[in-house]
Design a binder for this molecule. Structure first.
Ligand code: GDP
Length: 336
């Protein structure tokens, strides 16, 4: 495991120092370590992996909370308010983001410096904007690794935020203990608008903006969701998704939401399900790494690339079944 010292001697020393500084909870070291795992340079990647191996035994004790919601639902207002409460109670809170769309939209969801500015000034908080990513898989891997680094640095709560559009919430649900879906009161329309699959992932459904003129709409929406949830098969008998309302702006209902997170965790722990959930996540992470490595190896090989183009053309033209094409591609790869 801890064979970092046997790596390139020139890079090993700073790496050991950096890992030690992360362990001491130094935020600048943590930021640098995350930059290292985000680097595309081959030598940096090898170093980063050695550093992660060194730190992995010190990860695992944080509460991993995923938060998803459509743009404008109030995620940053909510996370900042919750984060401030937790830091006021002496907890160390890290906020990371998964946003594979950042390159297209021209900025990551946390890239805007004005987001969570108050939380960002808290000594007990650490906020990391999402890196621009080509693929969801790549961004998800780096976010998972960044989360482990935060845990090794002693953070008590690691919040992983994602925008409620596309596939990223599935990826986030695969790396957290509790998944919270934040909604704004949009009446019945929203219930249809939000993909059923996302609601099914949620351990907690929170209707935000339950204040002023929106209060009654929020209550109605919560009732609709509570009804809808009753018809979904819960992921585990130990927990039925809880539907709550809050006002992130006025700071109302946030304590109840946090209590919901703690209750969910306690319910999982009581049945040994938390450990099992994390084990299952680690296994599926392994397999997504295998898939990514295979795809990369295929694309980096000239012969495979040529064959891949031929096979793509043949499948696109309907001359070849994709299943057969995949078999042929993998067969040449096995011989190589
Ligand atoms: P995000 O895109 O999900 O991160 O949403 P933001 O946190 O940026 O919030 C979007 C808008 O909703 C902003 O104008 C917020 O001030 C507003 N907002 C957020 N939370 C609340 C709330 O609890 N009540 C009300 N009335 N507005 C809110």
């Amino acid at each position: 495991m801890n064979d970092a010292d046997t790596h390139d001697a020139r890079s090993a020393r700073p790496l050991v120092d950096l890992a030690a500084a992360v362990r001491r909870g130094e935020r600048r070291a943590l930021a640098r370590a995350i930059t290292r795992i985000e680097s595309l340079r081959h030598d940096h990647q090898a170093e980063a992996e050695a550093m992660l191996e060194r730190l992995l035994p010190h990860a695992g004790s944080a509460i991993r909370l995923g938060i998803s919601g459509a743009p404008g639902a109030g995620k940053s207002t909510f996370i900042e308010e919750l984060g401030l409460r937790l830091t006021a109670a002496g907890k160390r809170v890290a906020v990371l983001a998964v946003d594979p769309s950042s390159r297209r939209s021209g900025g990551s969801i946390l890239g805007d410096k004005t987001r969570m500015a108050r939380l960002g000034r808290e000594p007990l908080a650490f906020i990391r904007p999402s890196p621009a990513g080509e693929t969801l898989g790549g961004v998800a891997r780096r976010t998972r690794e960044a989360g482990l680094l935060c845990e090794a640095a002693g953070f008590d709560v690691v919040v992983i935020e994602t925008v409620g559009v596309g596939q990223s919430e599935t990826a986030v649900a695969e790396m957290v203990d509790s998944f919270l879906l934040l909604l704004s009161p949009g009446g019945g329309d929203e219930l249809q608008g939000i993909k059923r699959g996302i609601v099914e992932l949620a351990d907690l459904i929170v209707v935000n903006k339950a204040d002023g003129a929106l209060r009654s709409a929020a209550m109605l929406a919560a009732r609709d969701y509570a009804n809808a949830v009753r018809f979904l098969r819960p992921a585990t008998a130990a927990w039925t998704p809880r539907v709550l309302t809050c006002s992130a702006l006025e700071g109302e209902g946030l304590d109840e939401v946090w209590q919901g997170v703690l209750d969910h965790r306690a319910a999982l722990e009581a049945d040994g399900l938390l450990q099992r959930r994390r084990e299952r996540q680690a296994r599926s992470w392994l397999w997504s790494e295998v898939q990514a490595a295979l795809a990369h190896a295929l694309r980096s090989d000239d012969g495979s690339r040529r064959l891949m183009r031929e096979l793509e053309d043949a499948t696109a033209a309907g001359r070849l079944l994709p299943t057969r094409a995949a078999e042929r591609l993998l067969a040449t790869f096995r011989r190589a």
